[in-house]
Ligand binder design. Structure first.
Ligand code: GLU
Length: 484
């Protein structure tokens, strides 16, 4: 297998939105392939019609696209190993099962539903008793020809054990006696999930299988199929669970009660796709040095299978927020304006304010995009505020000196001919200097009067500039009234 081209596949079942666990599987499949110059295949496993959710396939395409995980082959773009949707492959599987029957490695089982149910009741957990395993071939062929319904089961070894290697979990052994004669083909002629999965991986030339550790226990069954056919077994890479932090200080499997768990919801909540991907890449994989920020091309360069850990990964929303803030800060001002625009227009849509100036005061302060409307709403409409906001120890402002300070600032700003950052800045700084005051002593009451908020993105000068002269003076006048 050494010189085979690496081929990985992401094989989602379209059952809803893309959970961070699914996204991590897709990302690692992609990285395993791309870090070794291989191909990454998308296969849709839609044979479980009961769990099928309309629209879920589109969510998969959309999520992969937004996340920058590009497949080389798949239902939408084709390739040499199609079809890439399992339901379109449904006629491919029976001949493989027939081959195993012919080789004495599988058999038809004619047991009725009633018999199997009876067995289950008598023999809880013991499973199928291999009743049809030794029906002579002629008898089995004749029964099938007569139209008797049957499933096809694999003859599992009756003794010995099966060992497989997992790139993350190491060597795992199960006793064959614990393995049932698994069904390969159901009465309707269609394959079981496990059978289809193996046939698909083999016929698509898959060399590495990345999936959640919940599949570890099925892997010996997959291996016995590869062995029955004499096919190369792929490299297995099972990924650790993703946990969330509970309120009581413990951890449990990540779920909705920890916060948003799907890519869609996280991105709706204001996390950037690049930040989500960067964070998810580190949920179970550790780079060789301490680098944390990775663009996709850097991930491809740095990724290696031996950096994957088997200890459960903890999804930390604070850490995700840190990544998000870093990605926001690293944007160009134009990129940030475009990214922030939908959130800005929610509250500033009709304000006529210069959104690029608003964006400029936000970029270094926003950590999640959905914070933006609340942070800038005061620019559209001044909130009600208490006059106590004018009091600030560090700036040496009190309710006694604030009226006079605000009045000075109002008069100086009213006299300004041009209203731009530098003029406002020079005006207020010289006002402070001329009166022997700290800059903050002049800025604080001014900023409170124009914003009505203790904390604002940007200082007095930026806010004055954005609001414009008329609005700024009107707000300062109201502040003076409040103080009088
Ligand atoms: N369709 C399976 C799932 O969505 C994939 C299993 C596998 O990767 O083998 O969980």
């Amino acid at each position: 297998m050494a010189d085979k081209k690496v081929r990985t596949r992401y094989a989602p079942s379209p059952t809803g939105s893309m959970h961070v666990g699914n996204l991590r599987t897709a990302l690692y499949e992609f990285l395993v392939a791309k870090s070794q110059g291989g191909d990454f295949v998308l296969r849709i496993e839609d044979t479980d019609r009961e769990r099928y959710v309309e629209g879920a396939v589109d969510i998969i395409y959309k999520t992969l696209k937004e996340a920058g995980i590009t497949h080389d082959e798949g239902p939408d773009i084709g390739g040499d190993h199609g079809p890439y949707v399992q339901s379109e492959r449904k006629n491919m599987y029976l001949p493989y099962a027939q081959q195993l029957i012919d080789e004495g490695k599988a058999y038809r089982c004619f047991c009725s539903k009633e018999r199997l149910e009876g067995l289950q009741q008598e023999n809880v957990g013991g499973g199928y008793d291999r009743h049809c395993r030794d029906i002579p071939k002629e008898e089995s062929d004749a029964l099938a020809a007569s139209g008797a319904p049957f499933v096809i089961r694999q003859k599992m070894p009756l003794d010995g054990s099966t060992t497989f290697e997992d790139a993350v979990y190491g060597s795992i052994t199960v006793e064959n006696s614990e393995l049932q004669d698994q069904i390969l083909i159901k009465t309707d002629g269609y394959p079981t999930y496990n059978f289809a999965n193996v046939i698909d991986d083999h016929t698509m030339g898959i060399t590495h299988v990345v999936r959640g550790s919940e599949y570890l226990s099925s892997t010996p069954k997959y291996n016995l199929l590869y062995e029955a056919f004499g096919w190369d077994i792929p490299t297995y890479i099972h990924l650790p669970l993703i946990m969330g932090k509970d309120e009581d200080g413990g951890v449990s499997k990540l779920s909705k009660r920890h916060g948003s768990t799907s890519f869609e919801d996280l991105s709706r909540e204001g996390y950037l796709p690049e930040a989500i991907i960067n964070y998810i890449a580190l949920l179970g994989w550790c780079p060789k040095d301490n680098q944390e920020i990775f663009k996709m091309d850097e991930l491809i360069k740095a990724f290696s299978i031996d950096g994957i850990s088997k200890s459960p990964a903890i999804f930390d929303y604070d850490k995700l927020e840190w990544f998000n803030a870093e990605y926001i800060k690293a944007m160009t001002t134009e990129q940030f304006l475009e990214t922030a625009r939908p959130y800005l227009t929610q509250v500033l849509g009709d304000s006529g304010l210069d959104l690029s100036k608003v964006a400029a005061i936000l970029q270094q302060r926003v950590t999640v995009l959905t914070q933006i409307p609340d942070m800038v709403a005061f620019l559209a409409e001044q909130p009600e505020y208490e006059k106590e906001l004018f009091v600030n120890k560090k700036s040496k402002t009190t309710l006694e000196n604030a009226p006079q300070l605000l009045r000075m600032s109002y008069d100086a700003l009213s006299a300004l001919k041009s209203w731009d950052h530098d003029s406002i800045h020079d005006c207020l700084i010289s006002l402070a200097a001329e009166n022997g005051l700290k800059n903050g002593t002049v800025m604080w009451p001014t900023r409170i009067a124009v914003s009505g908020k203790a904390v604002t993105p940007g200082g007095a000068i930026e806010i004055l500039e954005i609001l414009g002269k008329d609005e700024s003076l009107a707000r300062m006048k109201k502040g003076l009234e409040k103080l009088s």
